[in-house]
Design a protein around this ligand. Structure first.
Ligand code: FES
Length: 114
């Protein structure tokens, strides 16, 4: 199903915004080649990726244990690695990619297909 999100100018390049599309919470990112959407919560222990950092026009870094995910594909680039000792938690919270959804831009508006 297709949902209208916001005006594309509300998300400057290099930034992201947490929002909702129907019942789905997501984060929309503006990278150099367009807009992308991922699930809003980190699959490790559910920190908000809307507060994450965008690294090298490619990854979002979770603000809690610094897992990194490829924004375009959702793949795990680096799993939770901070602070030292988090590996104990990783025994029960193993690697899991992000859900992603295609975002399109029409007449200055962003839409997501879920
Ligand atoms: S909650 Fe995101 S890395 Fe732990």
């Amino acid at each position: 199903m297709r949902y209208e999100l916001c005006a594309s100018q509300e998300i400057p390049e290099g930034q992201s915004k947490a929002m909702k599309a129907g019942e789905t919470k997501l984060v929309v990112y503006h990278l150099s080649d367009g807009f992308y959407a991922t699930q809003a919560r980190c699959p490790h222990v559910f920190a908000s990726l809307g507060k994450g950092k965008i690294l090298k026009d490619k990854c979002v870094q979770c603000p809690l244990h610094r897992a990194e995910f490829d924004i375009r594909t959702g793949e795990v680039v680096k799993w939770a690695n901070f602070p030292p000792g988090v590996q104990m938690l990783n025994v029960v919270r193993g690697e899991k990619p992000l859900d992603t959804w295609p975002v399109s831009e029409e007449n200055g508006q962003l839409y997501v297909e879920i």
